[in-house]
Ligand binder design. Sequence first.
Ligand code: GDP
Length: 196
Amino acid sequence: AIFQRAHFLSAASGLDHAPPDQGAEVAFAGRSNAGKSSALNALCHQNRLARTSKTPGRTQQLIFFQLDDQRRLVDLPGYGFAKVSVAIKTGWQQLMANYLAERQSLQGLVVLMDIRHPLTEIDRQMLAWGQDGELPLLILLTKADKLKRGAIDKALHLVRRELTDLPPGSQLLAFSATKTLGIEAAQSWITAQLAH
Ligand code: GDP
């Protein structure tokens, strides 16, 4: 039920502009087009919540959504654009690495990857930052409705085999925002992290 109460709190270009580092938050990271906005909207049962994150000028910011006065979800800037400048790429890496390493209230990281093209180089970078920080990871293989059951299982197996050494508390799920697959499991995981 807390998910339904999600609302935009603020956008920050860096940690110095972020809300006070208290309470608990879970952050969402994914290559652009991985389905991050759709997942946030589906998890919060709101059609337009994560649209804020796509406002031009906000695409390189941390977007904070408040659930209640102690709990937040954070939409991290998308990554993996094919043609961004080196300056933007460096800025993105610094913002992400800094946020993931420094943010005390961060209790878990959701990493979203298209189930048809998981584990690109940039996904591995993302996962490595989470692993370095011993952050529990929720890995969502998105758009699972695009595959049949057998292919879903194959993708899950492949990713599980590649990702040994995940931090304790980590979980891997097939997910679909449109066919509502994995939503309740993802909500349970997030709720559990936010209770820490
Ligand atoms: P973001 O850039 O990571 O925020 O990705 P979006 O949520 O905007 O989704 C990118 C594209 O993938 C859009 O065209 C969505 O409609 C589509 N998409 C997102 N989630 C799903 C899903 O679960 N199933 C299907 N079939 N398409 C999806």
